[in-house]
Design a protein around this ligand. Structure first.
Ligand code: GLA
Ligand code: ZN
Length: 683
């Protein structure tokens, strides 16, 4: 927990005083105090300032700004500055420059631009981190280390190719094994020498400049995705270890990006002391999508609270339409992050820059330069509210009885797949079930495939296409012990290496689900089928629409609860239930409509006696409970433009932001927030 030093929700964000003359800094401090800002992330892109050449390190900027921040009561999230390499380094050591998907070697420019396997980068980046750690590990302002920034991107250079071969040797041991798992007998791809293997990009296995998922060889592309995530993680770990040489106790993070496809964050999380992430919804992003990403980030380290490292106070610059956050929305979304487990609220950025591509990105201090702006007032009001909350919510946890499995390898494999449908997108399928839970205010943990599931009553694994070694057995014992398991079409097809498990889908899940699937139909978006219930089951009755993919399923030990309503497979099972040990396993053989997802979730939650946070939540009302030391805090977040009336279901309590006592029910203003400390009324 980073909040021991100052027991409150930290409030602040990215601060780039290196873009400004020092005269401005004192004015910044005055404005920060006005807004109750108490944390600043500094130095994210300062590498070229701190290291003007190969041998000179000049920390005078960092010395000055850290002292100033400390004197003004502001804690520092200190970046290692390695997210953009200096121009002199690129000129002198071109191996630091990436080769892109098209096979072009980049020149100096942009950021997040270093080849992760460049000897130059791996030499200089940890040295910079170490230099900073040596100098500032006992600086009184230092609260948390921020390594690099938003790791991402892929490189296809010769150094990466060499390291890829090393990585493959480590993974497979022999070329025979590699030829086997990549199925290189197909299209005459057999390798006789490791050096014959080249990175998969548009010059080799890939076929579409604009769609990097279109590959001829899933095995190599999947492994390259794993290798790239691992390569960047190696860079992170080098900096982590460099910091730890001089600083044993300050937590270290790197800012993540939610459902960011290139990095397997579950593999990263054990190396990150506190998870932090950057949330940038678009003007029309559904709030349940943001909520899913918060829950995923919370799930990376078993429910440990995370840092909201970046969000914009008002608008972005890099989206097609950079709408302003309407009055109240920044506050509402900040509390949404807190509701889902954030213990900091931070912005990009504190002062708006005046040059280059982010000058039209929102900031706490706008170009006007003073406090008399809407954005500043909203930020200052939130700052004062967070100060008022003190330590009340810190480290409070969310207790969920439902888990959704999320797996990066599976994501990559599903979307590298050539067929059955270009419209099959993994996160969208996760979202189908997440949304149904969200709308019913049932909290959910988003967990990795190797999590201990015994604490959950329901586990949902949409499109579990790849069933990794050991996963089927774990799911079987979860159900045997009384759990409810749900999976969907296009599950159980392949092993860890994207090789089909022959003998009928869903391969290793066949026993648990009590079915086998013979064929998979794919239809264009305008064509549907229907899910026709055989009889009413819980809240499921009548019929629903389904689309996208349609597994043609035969029941073995399972019973069919619903059948397809049309086409040549009319009457074949589309929803099945199998009793297995003390539990049940469901298979949803097509992509259902919203109504089905909601009725289905309600049915299985009712059967497990899982109650929503609030009953009959009006549209747009999000409700989450965080709890701490026997206290329960109900967050009511009204995303709608109308007031929401909410029944407290036999509870009363004090609303923390207004200190008003509530009984029986409450009304939440449009875009309003309430945090109610619940007390049983005994009614
Ligand atoms: C990212 C980066 C920041 C900044 C913001 C702008 O999250 O980490 O440096 O570029 O985007 O939205
Ligand atoms: Zn490279």
């Amino acid at each position: 927990m980073i909040n021991e030093r100052l027991p409150k929700i930290f409030y602040g964000g990215d601060y780039n005083p290196d873009q400004w003359p020092e005269e401005i800094w004192d004015e910044d401090m005055r404005l920060f105090r006005l807004a109750d800002i108490d944390i600043a992330t500094v130095g994210v892109f300062s590498w070229s300032l701190l290291q003007p050449d190969e041998v000179t390190y000049d920390f005078s900027f960092t010395d000055k700004i850290l002292d100033k921040l400390f004197k003004n009561g502001i804690h520092v999230c200190l970046a290692t500055a390695t997210a953009a390499h200096p121009a002199w380094m690129a000129k002198r050591y071109p191996d630091i420059l990436r080769v892109d998907f098209q096979g072009r070697q980049r020149r100096f420019g942009g950021r997040h631009n270093s080849c992760p396997n460049s000897p130059t980068y791996r030499h200089f980046a940890p040295l910079m981190a170490e230099g900073l750690a040596e100098r500032y590990s006992s600086h009184p302002s230092l609260l948390v280390w921020h390594i690099n920034n938003e790791y991402g991107g892929t490189c296809y250079c010769e150094n990466c190719a060499r390291q890829f071969r090393v990585w493959l040797k480590r993974r497979y041991g022999s070329l025979d094994r590699l030829n086997e798992v990549w199925n290189t007998a197909f299209w005459g791809h057999r390798f006789y020498d490791w050096d014959e293997i080249v990175p998969p990009n548009i010059l080799s296995e890939h076929m579409d400049e604009n769609d990097p998922t279109r590959t001829a060889f899933q095995g190599i592309s999947l492994d390259y995705a794993r290798f790239n995530s691992d390569s960047l993680l190696e860079c992170y770990k080098l900096e982590y270890e460099a910091i730890r040489k001089h600083c044993s106790d300050v937590p270290i993070t790197t800012n993540m990006m939610g459902t960011f496809k290139p990095l397997d964050y579950f593999k990263w999380a054990p190396h990150v002391d506190v998870i932090s992430w950057d949330s940038y919804p678009r003007y029309n992003t559904p709030m349940s999508h943001v909520a899913l990403r918060h829950d995923l980030m919370r799930g990376l380290r078993g429910g440990q609270p995370f840092m909201l490292m970046e969000q914009t106070p008002s608008q972005q610059n890099w989206q097609p339409y950079n709408s302003l956050k309407r009055p109240g929305v920044m506050r509402l979304w900040s509390y949404q992050a807190i509701a889902h487990g954030a213990d900091t609220v931070m912005f990009f950025q504190l002062r708006r820059s005046i040059g280059a591509c982010e000058k039209y990105h929102g900031a706490v201090i706008e170009h006007a330069g003073h406090e008399n702006t809407r954005v500043f007032r909203e930020c200052a009001n939130l700052g004062s509210e967070l100060k008022g909350l003190g330590d009340t919510l810190l480290d409070a946890r969310i207790s969920s009885r439902v888990a959704i499995l999320f797996d990066w390898d599976n994501w990559w494999a599903v979307e590298f797949s050539s067929g059955p449908s270009v419209d099959l997108k993994y996160v969208e399928q996760i979202q189908v079930y997440y949304d149904a839970l969200y709308r019913q205010t049932i909290s959910v943990d988003v967990v990795s495939i190797d999590t201990d599931l015994s604490g959950y009553d329901i586990v949902i694994a949409p499109v579990l296409y790849m069933v990794k070694a050991g996963a089927a057995e774990r799911l079987e014992s979860f159900v045997e012990e009384g759990g409810t398991f749900v999976t969907t079409f296009f599950s159980g097809l392949v092993d860890d290496n994207d090789r089909v498990v022959p003998g009928g889908y869903p391969g290793p899940l066949r026993r648990l689900l009590g079915i086998w699937a013979e064929e998979i139909d794919a239809l264009p978006p305008e064509m549907h089928n229907s899910i026709v219930m055989k009889e009413t089951v819980g809240s499921l009755r009548g019929q629903y629409a389904c689309s996208l993919l349609f597994d043609l399923v035969h029941c073995e030990t399972a019973e069919a609860l619903a059948a397809y309503g049309a086409d040549f497979y009319r009457g074949m099972p589309v929803l099945t239930r199998n009793t297995y040990g003390k539990g049940v396993a469901y298979y949803v053989a097509s992509c259902p409509d919203t109504k089905f997802a909601e009725d289905f979730i309600k049915t299985i939650c009712d059967a497990n006696n899982i109650r929503p946070a609030v009953g009959n939540a009006p549209d747009g009302l999000e409700a989450v409970i965080r709890q701490q030391a026997g206290r329960r805090y109900l967050f009511l977040l009204n995303h709608a433009a109308e007031a929401a009336v909410v029944s407290l279901q036999g509870y009363s309590g004090r609303e923390l932001l207004t200190n008003v006592r509530l009984d029986g029910s409450t009304q939440v203003a449009p875009r309003g927030v309430q945090i109610i400390e619940l007390e049983e009324t005994g009614a």
